[in-house]
Design a protein around this ligand. Structure first.
Ligand SMILES: Cc1cc2nc3c(=O)[nH]c(=O)nc-3n(C[C@H](O)[C@H](O)[C@H](O)COP(=O)(O)OP(=O)(O)OC[C@H]3O[C@@H](n4cnc5c(N)ncnc54)[C@H](O)[C@@H]3O)c2cc1C
Length: 1115
């Protein structure tokens, strides 16, 4: 009611360009307005309507906002239960129920507790603070989390119109169809009665979602049972499910079949076979995961069954107790408070105070970024006359464009022009290495999301609205190749097919005691940088000059592709990059599609043009990490020693080559991960498909190549029945061995990382603890895994291993530094300041970096391949040494003087106080034809050990522990390096356990935002996390003995994947299953549950592949 205080009784009325917003002050006014505008949309929290208007393109011309009407905010305690006004927020609902649970006898509050349990996992606090109880009911979503509880508990709803009120019980009739309720257009929902439970009644609710926190349900349910007095005979049963049909449904047949039965094993069997029959789904059902969803209906009932059994026993009922190891099925998840340890080596005694190298210096922009003062591209103030651009993209995966009709769009408010291929003044062909893409599609589109054109208007809203009004007709073409399997069928590959081979494979396999074959698919990943792609292009008005502010990792590539499209020399185009809000490889090449397009529009109109993509647009057009499919044949000895390996990789490159060949090459360079294998052949096929072009992503093929390596390693151990860690250790490289591409491994630290990781993680005790745990728990299992990584550092294209820097000393002694790398949050600028500070011998506070720009340091390599600190650090060092050399005479002349004195003296002596630095990595280059040369400057090593717990019935897992030991040489900055380890590791956890891109068989991306695409949340961070930087491991191949850090830690998250697999192995053992089995990545709850085969999964067998069209395909 507090919200209503002070509200005037006056109705408020706002009229916008397209919408009339009415805020009635009283219930009468609301009902009057609902009569006047029966089709008006009610809006309280706007968490549903807002989404519909933004993403489903729905328009509600009249909106009624009843948020402040007292009757809709009232809370009343009655004899039957608690009545909540429909506008009460979910936070308020939770608070009131919590208070009631504290006061009332437990038997009365079973439903309240169930609502509270659902609210615990309902969205996030921000949403719960505004979202209303009525909004959840009236949205009528089939995956609402509260409706199954309300339905199973028989909540009463009061509906009101000007003509009067009626009270209805919320049952299956309340939702007559998808997103429909029985309310008439003139009616509103006034309030909801949530009933008390009675003696002998038990209630529970369950929610299963891809991610535990802040996610929508896959299956959700409310379950209620009432027993005949003093017995365990079922008198009333209500089972309600969300996620199993177009509406929330009740399992009525099952409920009536169980009436009069005793709560026991026979009832359980009946319930399960009946639910399996009743809760069916068509194999093509929207949302997919059909087998999993069906199994969940049984699994959740089983949890309810055991929970009730436990309560009955505790209340003295005369039935069999729950087996001790089965209690694990009833435990409710609670997060334990997290802890973390970070271990690094202090700088040596005697290092000067002002020498910041090796110290955990804070990221120079950290405070600005935390307060919001840091300036990103879209924070640049608007230029006068500036316009906004919105992309027009293809809705077909493979088609010719037959017609484009812009008449309606061009007549819309604010629209200035449309831009298409004919408007590209230079070349319409583009691409980072080969020009096999169009800036704007001319005749053919080759993926959903292919950029066809753009609308330019005065504002973003006008541009976006008009873009939706452009009508395009297509002639669809065949074949439509979406998945890797489609590409294999159609032999659709980019050339060349790469091979790395060492030794005679036939001979290798002949030597082996055993040979096994297997396969694995690994899904792609969306970069999900916080800042989406953005460009501001400003034509300078003469000589074809243009300045672009771009969020990109590749200033030079952006410059050359813009110049190519505009038909001007590169010297006329300046690219400026202050910082990015994350890149992760996604802004290495794909950012150029937007920047080139915006430049073309700016050139056409001779006006500044801006575009920052919305998240859904960004996810649609830019592509991500390559999905991989690997087939392997591995020969090994009884001891577990692998002697021969043949592996074939297929990557889904999408519709253009982009960087896919280099990514495949890196996958092949990492096909043996950290293991020495005498005879080996890896072959890589880059599949050409009708998806948006996939691209660089932290690890660049390494995480795919190595995961498949660990899969055959795990299969070897499983088939021999040996501990996986023993087999891994046995095969690990030792000093002086050669990789399959003939590079000698010197200064190898794998063994040290491994031993320390086992020690820090207390591996042996942990393993023993897990064995005991697994003996005592049937329905939750723990797993443990330790996984090494060896990551090659350098661009494998040798020419990219160069960098430049430019340093100016001003007469006040301040230093302006520029280098070829870009700052994307990783702390590169901070490290460069540290390098310059040590080299010049001045405090870091005297050194400043403003931006990266093509007119200060030209011909830069992308900030990628983890090599930017190595390359740019050496270039900065070089520039600073040149300056230092020039200042040397003045230091000698005035040894007691300070920096400013020497600078002033040099200036008056007419010394150049500006210097270029340059660096190229020596002795690099590899030839695939001859399998000779050195692709990498050195290797980064690391080892991680992870422990997880899975819920065998739902497939959820929790990350209990991770220890990481990683070799970063002499860390330039341990704070930044540990940040990179933790961040990279968590991004890997997302990759291997959570993140799933879902495409329709026609190539349409369903997962276009945080609602459907889940990156790790706080709760996914291992509860107990230790990161240790290996001590005393200087690296003589990089600046100040440091090592690269950006990419290597990501793969260490594979330890979580294989810990999950280890836990699944324990679960399968309970069902008598042993030996290798296929687990694809990511290890989602669906995959985990399906792999934990048991009596429930047997009742829900998957449909025969090929007999139906799935909702989503594995690409
Ligand atoms: C990030 C995010 C996370 C979410 N997570 C979850 C989740 O975990 N579980 C879940 O179930 N849902 C979730 N939702 C969906 C949504 O938040 C809930 O359904 C919420 O309860 C809607 O309430 P609201 O007040 O915001 O509704 P609004 O958007 O304001 O309205 C929703 C609908 O209810 C109608 N309506 C509202 N009040 C009345 C009334 N008194 N009489 C008649 N009709 C009325 C409106 O006309 C509209 O059709 C999530 C949404 C978002 C954006």
């Amino acid at each position: 009611m507090s919200l209503c205080k002070g509200q005037s009784s006056q109705q408020l009325r706002f009229r916008g360009e397209r919408v009339l917003w009415l805020q009635p002050a009283s219930l009468d006014q609301l009902l009057e307005l609902k009569t006047q505008y029966p089709n008006a949309k009610m809006v309280v929290g706007n968490t549903e309507v807002g989404i519909e208007m933004k993403f489903k393109n729905l328009l509600y011309p009249v909106i009624l906002a009843p948020g402040y009407i007292p009757e809709l905010n009232t809370i009343q305690h009655t004899d039957e239960g608690i009545v909540f006004g429909a506008s009460c927020s979910l936070t308020l609902l939770g608070d009131v129920l919590k208070a009631a649970v504290g006061k009332l006898p437990p038997y009365q509050t079973e439903v309240f507790n169930a609502v509270l349990e659902q609210l615990r996992w309902f969205a996030g606090l921000q949403i719960r603070n505004v979202a209303a109880i009525g909004g959840n009911i009236m949205t009528a979503s089939p995956i609402s989390d509260l409706n199954p509880v309300f339905m199973a508990s028989g909540c009463k709803l009061t509906l009101m119109s000007k003509g009067g009120e009626r009270v209805v019980v919320m049952d299956e009739k309340f939702f007559p169809g998808y997103r429909k309720t029985i309310l008439t257009p003139e009616e509103v929902l006034l309030c909801v009665l949530i009933p008390y439970t009675k003696k002998g009644q038990y209630f529970a609710a369950y929610k299963q979602s891809p991610r535990r926190e802040d996610d929508i349900s896959i299956v959700t349910s409310g379950m209620s049972v009432t027993f005949a007095e003093g017995s365990t005979i079922v008198k009333h049963l209500a089972l309600s499910y969300g996620g199993m049909a177009a509406t929330t449904v009740m399992a009525k047949n099952t409920a009536s079949r169980l009436l009069g039965k005793q709560w026991g094993e026979e009832l359980l069997q009946d319930a399960c076979s009946s639910l399996a029959e009743e809760m069916t789904l068509h194999p093509s059902a929207p949302g997919g995961m059909v087998t999993y969803r069906r199994t969940l209906t049984l699994s959740l009932f089983y949890k309810f069954y055991l929970t009730v059994q436990q309560k009955l026993v505790s209340e003295g009922a005369y039935i069999e107790g729950v087996r001790a190891d089965y209690i694990s099925a009833t435990e409710i998840y609670h997060q334990t408070s997290p802890s973390s340890v970070q271990i690094f080596q202090a700088v040596p005694d005697g290092q000067k105070e002002e020498d910041v190298v090796g110290r955990p210096m804070m990221h120079l922009s950290a405070l600005k970024q935390a307060t919001g003062e840091a300036v990103y591209c879209d924070d640049i103030p608007l230029y006068e006359n500036e316009l906004y651009l919105c992309l027009i993209t293809s809705t077909k995966a493979h088609a010719t464009i037959q017609s484009i009709d812009t008449a309606e769009a061009e007549s819309m408010p604010g629209v200035v022009t449309c831009v298409f291929a004919k408007d590209v003044p230079g070349s319409n062909m583009t691409g980072p290495i080969v020009y096999d893409e169009t800036v704007l599609a001319d005749a053919t589109v080759t993926c959903v999301g292919h950029i066809i054109g753009a609308v330019v208007a005065d504002t973003q809203a006008h541009a976006q609205r008009a873009a939706k009004a452009v009508r395009i007709t297509y002639q669809e073409l065949q074949p439509v190749i979406i998945t890797i399997q489609d590409a294999i069928t159609h032999q659709s590959f980019f050339q060349p097919v790469r091979t790395i081979q060492r030794g005679d494979l036939d001979q290798g396999f002949t030597q082996a005691d055993h040979i096994l074959e297997g396969e694995m698919h690994m899904g792609g990943q969306e970069h999900f940088y916080l800042e989406t792609n953005v460009t501001v292009a400003v034509p300078k008005g003469e000589d074809g000059e243009m300045e672009l502010f771009v969020s990109t990792q590749s200033a030079t590539k952006t410059q050359s592709l813009v110049a190519k499209a505009l038909g001007v020399p590169a010297s006329r185009v300046v690219i400026r990059v202050k910082r990015m809000g994350g890149g992760f490889g996604g802004k290495e090449s794909r950012s150029t599609t937007l920047s080139t397009m915006v430049a073309v529009a700016a050139q056409k109109l001779k006006r500044p043009v801006r575009c920052m993509l919305d998240r859904d647009e960004d996810m649609l057009v830019t592509g991500g990490r390559h999905p991989f499919y690997g087939r392997y044949k591995v020969g090994f000895m009884k001891s577990g020693k692998v002697v021969a390996l043949e592996v074939t990789y297929y990557s889904n490159a999408g519709n253009s080559m982009d960087l896919s060949l280099s990514i495949m090459e890196r996958a092949l360079f990492h096909m043996e991960n950290s293991y020495s294998i005498a005879t080996i052949r890896g072959r890589g096929y880059v599949c050409k498909t009708h998806l948006p072009s996939n691209t660089a992503f932290r690890g660049f093929g390494g995480p795919q190549g190595m995961l498949i390596a660990e899969s055959w390693m795990s299969d070897v151990a499983l088939s021999l029945g040996l501990p996986a860690e023993q087999v891994r250790r046995l095969n690990m490289y030792i000093q002086g061995e050669r990789t399959p591409y003939s590079q000698i491994l010197d200064h190898i630290t794998l063994d040290r990382c491994w031993d320390q990781c086992l020690e820090i993680s207390s591996f042996t005790q942990r393993r023993a603890g897990i064995e005991t745990y697994n003996r005592d728990h049937r329905w939750t299992k723990r797993g443990l895994s330790v996984v090494p990584t060896k990551f090659g550092i350098s661009f494998t294209a040798a020419f990219l291993n160069q960098a430049g820097a430019l340093a100016h000393i001003y007469t006040d002694g301040s230093v302006l530094l520029t280098h070829g790398g870009t700052e994307m949050g990783q702390g590169l600028n901070t490290k460069m300041v540290q390098v310059a500070s040590r080299t010049l011998g001045i405090p870091s506070s005297k050194i400043h970096i403003t931006e990266t720009s093509t007119n200060t340091v030209p011909n830069t390599s992308p900030t990628a391949a983890s090599a930017s600190s190595d390359l740019n650090g050496a270039a900065v060092h070089n520039a600073c040494e040149i300056l230092l050399h020039r200042l040397e005479p003045y230091k000698t002349k005035n040894p007691k003087g300070c920096w400013e004195d020497w600078v002033t003296a040099a200036y008056f002596d007419r010394v150049n106080l500006s210097a270029n630095g340059f660096y190229k990595t020596p002795d690099l280059g590899y030839d695939f034809e001859t399998n000779t040369g050195r692709p990498f400057n050195y290797f980064s090593y690391g080892v991680a050990c992870s422990e997880v717990e899975i819920d065998c019935l739902t497939g959820s897992h929790k990350n209990i522990h991770t220890s990481i030991v990683i070799d970063v040489g002499n860390s330039l900055n341990p704070a930044l390096d540990i940040g990179q380890v933790e961040g990279g590791f968590m991004q890997g956890v997302g990759l291997y356990t959570l993140e799933e891109l879902k495409y329709s068989p026609e190539g349409y991306l369903f997962t276009r935002g945080p609602g459907m695409y889940k990156i790790p949340a706080f709760g996914d961070i291992p509860t107990d996390l230790t990161v240790s930087l290996l001590r005393d491991a200087p690296n003589d191949k990089a600046i100040f003995s440091s090592k690269a850090i950006g990419e290597p830690p990501l793969f260490l998250a594979a330890s979580v994947f294989f810990a999950i697999k280890d836990a699944i192995i324990a679960a399968r053992k309970e069902s008598g299953l042993s030996g290798p089995f296929r687990l694809d990545s990511p290890a989602t709850p669906e995959r985990i549950r399906n792999a934990c085969e048991d009596r429930f999964t047997k009742l829900c067998p998957p449909a025969e592949p090929g007999t139906f069209t799935p909702w989503a395909v594995v690409v």
